[in-house]
Design a binder for this molecule. Structure first.
Ligand SMILES: *[C@@H]1O[C@H](CO)[C@@H](O)[C@H](O)[C@H]1NC(C)=O
Ligand SMILES: *[C@@H]1O[C@H](CO)[C@@H](O)[C@H](O)[C@H]1NC(C)=O
Length: 231
């Protein structure tokens, strides 16, 4: 009887050792969560952060390129870009943007506005958003822009009305656009009263004009402000 139990216990510990070894091996071989397959057609945005040492730029670049080409060829993308193209063409016509302008797009989303400007021949365009979309848009907090004062000639945002702190958001646009430069914001379509409220957010700019436009399928009012840097 004793011997029988001894054999049983031996078998039991052998099984335990085997399970433990297999578990260790599995943990060792398992890909860390941050090493997601970049060719995944529908990658979860959160899985891209944080970057780890296993996130090779080389590998991600190739599949990112493929992924971008797929997104950029959709009808929704092309339509949205073309609505930004007509908006910026108008502003070019009013001499607010030239091919040599240094442009900042705040809350650039996936980069429609950046692409529209690039297509128009404006090459120095910086797009920022809370989540980056390389190569068009980098990651930055609109309320705390990582740029020196007055480094841009032209600032644009189509999402001022989604800002957590509109005053601070506008203040950062005014700070980074040079004196004499232009800030343009598009907000949900509104009347004169609301336009005045938006204009009041700008502490160092003068109102130039406002116009109702359609942007990415939405009726919006775009407001042009000239930065003066005199509060
Ligand atoms: C701006 O660049 C575009 C594309 O490169 C070009 O077609 C256009 O003529 C340029 N405009 C000016 C004013 O140089
Ligand atoms: C934009 O449209 C609204 C009505 O939706 C109107 O009250 C407002 O005057 C228009 N603004 C401009 C600048 O045309």
């Amino acid at each position: 009887m004793e011997r029988h139990i001894q054999i049983f216990l031996n078998k039991l510990s052998l099984a335990a050792i085997t399970i433990a070894t297999l578990t260790l091996l599995l943990l060792y071989l398992q890909t860390p969560e941050t090493c997601v397959d970049q060719s995944d057609p529908d990658p979860k945005p959160h899985a891209r952060f944080p970057r780890s040492t296993c996130d090779f730029t080389h590998r991600s670049y190739i599949s990112l390129d493929k992924r971008n080409r797929r997104i950029w060829s959709t009808n929704a993308w092309v339509r949205a870009v073309s609505s930004y193209t007509s908006l910026f063409k108008t502003l070019q016509g009013q001499n607010h943007i030239s091919n040599h302008s240094r442009v900042l797009i705040v809350s650039a989303g996936p980069g429609h506005a950046v692409m529209a400007l690039n297509d128009l021949g404006v090459s120095d365009v910086t797009g920022v958003e809370l989540v980056d979309s390389p190569p068009l848009v980098s990651r930055a907090d609109p309320h705390n822009l990582p740029f020196f004062d007055g480094v841009f000639d032209f600032g644009f945002s189509g999402y001022l009305d989604r800002a957590l702190f509109p005053g601070r958001y506008v203040g950062e646009m005014e700070r980074t656009v040079r004196s004499g430069g232009v800030c343009v914001v598009a907000v949900e379509e509104c009347g004169t009263r609301e336009v005045e409220d938006v204009v009041k957010l700008f502490k160092r700019s003068k109102f130039v004009n406002a116009k109702n436009v359609t942007l990415a399928g939405e009726m919006m009012t775009r407001i042009v402000m000239r930065v003066t840097n005199h509060p």
